[in-house]
Write a protein that binds this ligand. Sequence first.
Ligand code: CMP
Length: 152
Amino acid sequence: MEKTFVLLKPDALQRGLVGEILARFDRRGYRFLALKLLQTTEAQAAEHYGVHKGKFFYEDLVKHLTSGPVIAMVLEGSEAIAAVRKMVGATRPPEAEAGTIRGDFGQAGLRNLVHASDAPETAAAEMAIYFDESEFVASERAIDRWIFEDGE
Ligand code: CMP
């Protein structure tokens, strides 16, 4: 079982796509380990996107992320980091495959609705920006044995 961090950006909330996006993760069988609505601070946005500092889109990215409420979550599942990135789709929605979240609902790189971690190190770092581990609610579902292999 692997944990990954996902953030629904302000455009997802403004457009009424929260239920649609959460349903995709839910239906696929991911477990929600943590989930919350928050207003991202400048400091959180800068830490989250520090790797992009200096790039042409950085200022607009921070401005967008802090422009309204977001929903942060930690999902658990099999090879969740790579698999969730596939569900989210390519960074720029015009390049995202149909069937992905960005390919089905997005138009522009800075309005691409969702962020998902790209590696174990970034997943751990991003979770720590938005959550204290005391907020994690670990659980097992009766249906897990029909979703995950034994021992996962
Ligand atoms: P995200 O997956 O949250 O990670 C970094 C974000 O920077 C990315 O989604 C986009 O919103 C934005 N981004 C990255 N590359 C570009 C680009 N070429 N043009 C516009 N925005 C970009």
